[in-house]
Design a protein around this ligand. Structure first.
Ligand code: OSB
Ligand code: MG
Length: 369
């Protein structure tokens, strides 16, 4: 197929409640959406970049610039045989993984529609439903966090992840454990610590956490290996794994025992599948993380999470955990058993509500060959 036009949009949706991590606080969800046109079809993708370069180096502005001036021109008007080829065609631009993932996802969506096949089917998924959890930010007080956890557990979420940072860690987790002794619980530090803080993680070892996510610097597989050697709790890497070969290195070094797979962080679904396979070959379980995606990115993540080595619940909550109104219909909903259904439609587009996308669009540009 040949991409005839690509439309870029910046969207802004209010979050139902602010999301605070060790690197910052978000009250509004911004993202860049990519809509690619070919053969009378429209394919949608989301680049879940943030407003500020705090999680990685990308922002809404860099994604716009790199898509408009480099990535989209490299594909427009050219034949694209398979969405798996897109990553090779975009490799001339270094990094900008979340940006590339948005464009690649739009091509996957076109391809799924043309073939009349679901993304699950195209990616090699094997499940109808996936177990999901909820990721909760830092709250003003521990009592506020406890109330949030109670509310999500009551809704049926099976595991809870809480953000930690220096000063909001051991005592917070101790209190959560006291209140919820059997709850599958994990923490995410978003790189807020160094190896000098190992005692913090040793103290948390007694709480039976499922894992501790990205405790140390993103570029430090060596210190993560030293930390993992001192803990019973599995270390899970997020920010550190930006390419399938990072997963191999982390496995060989013993830097982690679990990997969080986010297609966006890895530059798209093809790299995400490859990372899944690398981890499987090392006997290392993975789970699907998130970047507060709208339904457009979330449906693709759900398809990915149906692959066999996704063995822990994902950060793939229902639409109403994030937004009053999602961009897709029907929205993502939580089933009574704490799972979410894997989409069976041919691609994402059949569920996209263009009228809602239009309402939240704050910037738009259509690119042609
Ligand atoms: O580190 O996993 C993270 C959101 C934005 C940036 C980084 C992270 C997160 C989350 C949210 O934890 C996961 C979700 O989409 O629910
Ligand atoms: Mg994380």
């Amino acid at each position: 197929m040949r991409l005839e036009a690509v439309e870029l949009r910046v969207v802004e949706l209010p979050l139902r409640f602010p999301f605070e991590t060790s690197f910052g606080r978000e009250e509004t969800k911004r993202a860049v959406l990519v809509c690619a046109y070919a053969d009378g079809l429209a394919g949608w993708g989301e680049a879940p970049v943030m407003s500020a370069p705090l999680y990685n180096e990308e922002t809404v502005e860099t994604a716009w610039h790199v898509l408009r001036d480099f990535l989209v021109p490299a594909l427009l008007g050219q034949p694209v045989e398979h969405p798996r080829d897109v990553r090779h065609r975009l490799r001339f631009v270094r990094r900008h993984h979340m940006t590339k993932a948005g464009l690649e996802a739009a091509v996957w969506d076109l391809f799924a529609q043309r073939r009349g096949r679901s993304l699950r089917n195209l990616l090699g998924g094997v499940r109808d439903r996936v177990e999901v959890g909820v990721s909760l930010g830092i709250e003003p007080t521990v009592a506020d966090l406890v109330r949030r956890v109670e509310a999500f557990v009551a809704q049926g979420y099976r595991r809870v992840k809480v953000k930690i940072r220096p000063g909001w860690d051991v005592e917070v987790v101790r209190e959560l454990r006291r209140r919820f002794p059997d709850l599958p619980l994990q923490v995410d530090a978003n790189s807020a610590y160094t190896l000098d803080d190992a005692a913090v993680f040793e103290a948390m070892d007694e709480f039976g956490l499922l894992l501790v996510e990205q405790p140390l610097a993103e570029d430090d597989l060596v210190d993560h290996a030293k930390l993992q050697a001192r803990l019973r709790t599995p270390v899970c890497l997020d920010e550190s794994i930006v390419h399938p070969h990072d997963a191999r290195k982390a496995a060989e070094l013993g830097s982690c025992r679990v990997v969080n797979i986010k297609p966006a962080r890895l530059g798209g679904l093809a790299n995400a599948v490859e990372t899944h396979d690398v981890c499987a070959s090392h006997g290392m379980p993975v789970w699907c993380g998130g970047m507060l995606e709208t339904g457009i990115g979330r449906l693709a993540n759900l398809a990915l999470a149906s692959l066999p080595n996704f063995r822990l619940p994902g950060d793939l909550s229902a639409s109403d955990r994030y937004f009053h109104e999602d961009l897709i219909e029907p929205p993502v909903v939580l089933e009574r058993d704490g799972t979410v259904r894997v989409p069976t439609e041919a691609g994402v587009a059949p569920r996209v509500r263009r009228d809602r996308v239009d309402r939240v669009t704050v910037r738009r540009e259509c690119l042609r060959p």
